[in-house]
Design a protein around this ligand. Structure first.
Ligand SMILES: [Cu+2]
Length: 477
């Protein structure tokens, strides 16, 4: 079996918790068509607003925000390797052969005598970003390997590009006074043409409403277009996420939701080469939009529709075919939802469905709100509870045992060539002292894990290799 990992077969996962005592990243190589979670970054409070892109060679890159971890009293800050970016910052990571390079797009100041990977731009206002005042990053890579990154921050919408070895940044849309809380300035989307022209789309809330705004570079200057002004909704301003991609004809296609329908705006199809609008799906709320264009020119879009994730595709950018990808349950934080869609570069997936979906993206709030509600709890029988791992998932997200009696987890790892275990912890946020740590076994294999007697209450279990994908509650009664 080849140990080469298909680039499109990654789920790039970022540990988003504040980690004063970081767990070392676990890197598991897989083969064939399967998702292989990896921890890209684990120092400090990192991973907010992630965006992923793959370059022409198939190397994946992720942009996201990083903040200093808030330390509890007595905790010692983690040591950072030399060359690590100073925080807060807009970060950029990439992986090759299982090794992650952690660099930055923008930092508040350069570090004397230290070169940070990817040559971040010096952007002094980055100093004031907080997890509350930012609203997403977006990363695009042009065919010659240039990076294009946009991010929504307290001071406004920023864009940085690196066509050579260093990023240069500019402020596309200033916010004055600066935002204390993310909201009026929506999460951006960047698409870049084959000639390297960036298109940046976002929704900005103004007195007129929620303005779907597109900016692009024309003869060295930024030009702005408002595609539609959506009436403001009641409650705190929280614009929808937008998506952008480049069609087969090399023109930008911007996807957005007006609250009741998902709309596509394609440049070049309208009168005198203007924007042509089409409805992707009416009746879909369209949270968490993501879009991409396949090698064959088909445009793929994914988004939420109620408690489902839908995908739509179009050959021409005007007529759309929709399908249901998954039913995920209704969460409380709609605006925090996000989806991700990517078409396979080599078309390997064409016989499957022509596309890969990773749902939801590793946005912390999206993960938390999209977990389906627990319906059934697997109970112990004669002191034994069965857990099966298959397809990088447990067959249950709840197990129940009796108080004051030890019990056994009879674990069956059915995933051929993939490592799993089951470890029990006091809670999802208290992962430093496992109550029981199961030996990691490579499937197909089984193991019996002994759990000591516990007081009644709720505990947490997960697979230490895939903690974000395989976890659940242990109820002791
Ligand atoms: Cu696992």
């Amino acid at each position: 079996m080849s140990r080469k990992v298909l680039p499109s077969a990654f789920v790039l996962s970022i540990l988003a918790a504040a980690c004063a005592t970081p767990t070392p990243p676990s890197v598991t190589f897989g083969s064939g068509k399967q998702f292989v979670p990896q921890v890209a970054d684990f120092l400090d409070d990192v991973g907010l607003g992630p965006s992923v892109a793959v370059d022409a060679q198939g190397t994946p890159y992720i942009s996201y925000f990083g903040f200093l971890a808030e330390l509890k009293e007595g905790e010692i800050a983690p040591t950072r390797p030399i060359g690590s970016p100073t925080l807060p910052a807009v970060l950029l990571d990439s992986t090759k052969d299982g090794i992650w390079t952690r660099g930055a797009v923008a930092m508040q100041a350069s570090i004397p005598n230290v070169s940070v990977p990817f040559g971040p731009a010096t952007v002094a206002p980055v100093k004031s970003i907080t997890p509350q005042s930012v609203n997403g990053t977006s990363l695009a890579i042009d065919p010659s390997g240039g990076f294009h990154v946009a991010w929504a921050a307290d001071t406004g919408l920023w864009y940085a590009e690196s066509l050579d070895t260093a990023f240069s940044a500019s402020l596309l849309q200033p916010m004055k006074p600066r935002l204390q809380r993310a909201g009026p300035l929506g999460s951006p989307a960047v698409a870049v043409t084959s000639s390297g022209t960036p298109w940046v789309a976002f929704i900005l809330t103004t007195a007129r409403g929620q303005e779907v705004t597109v900016k692009t570079m024309v003869a060295g200057a930024w030009k702005s277009d408002v595609l539609e002004t959506i009436p403001r909704r009641t409650g705190p301003s929280q614009p929808y996420r937008v998506a952008a991609t480049i069609s087969a004809s090399g023109q930008p296609v911007v996807l957005y939701s007006n609250g009741s329908s998902v709309i596509a705006a394609a440049l070049g199809g309208g009168e005198e080469g203007g924007w042509a609008f089409s409805t992707v799906e009416s009746g879909a709320d369209g949270y968490g939009l993501s879009a991409t264009t396949g090698k064959d020119g088909t445009i793929h879009v994914s988004y939420y529709a109620g408690d489902q994730v839908h995908a739509a595709s179009s050959k021409d950018g005007t007529s759309w075919q929709t399908s249901t990808v998954a039913t995920v349950g209704k969460g409380a934080n709609d605006a925090g939802r996000s989806t991700g869609i990517a078409a396979d570069d080599a078309g390997t997936y064409a016989e499957v469905s022509g596309l890969d979906l990773a749902v939801p993206s590793p946005t912390p709030s999206a993960v938390a709100t999209s977990t389906p509600a627990t319906t059934q709890c697997t109970k112990t029988s004669n002191g034994v509870v069965d857990i099966v791992a298959q397809g990088i998932a447990f067959d249950t997200n709840c197990i129940e045992a009796s108080a004051s009696a030890p019990f056994t987890i009879a674990f069956d790892n059915k995933d051929s060539g993939i490592q799993h275990n089951v470890s029990v912890y006091p809670s999802a946020t208290d992962l430093t002292q496992p109550i029981e740590q199961g030996e990691i076994i490579t499937g197909p294999a089984t193991a019996d894990y002994k759990v000591p007697e516990l007081k009644s209450g709720e505990y947490y279990f997960h697979c230490d290799v895939h903690p974000t994908l395989m976890n659940g509650t242990l109820r002791v009664k």
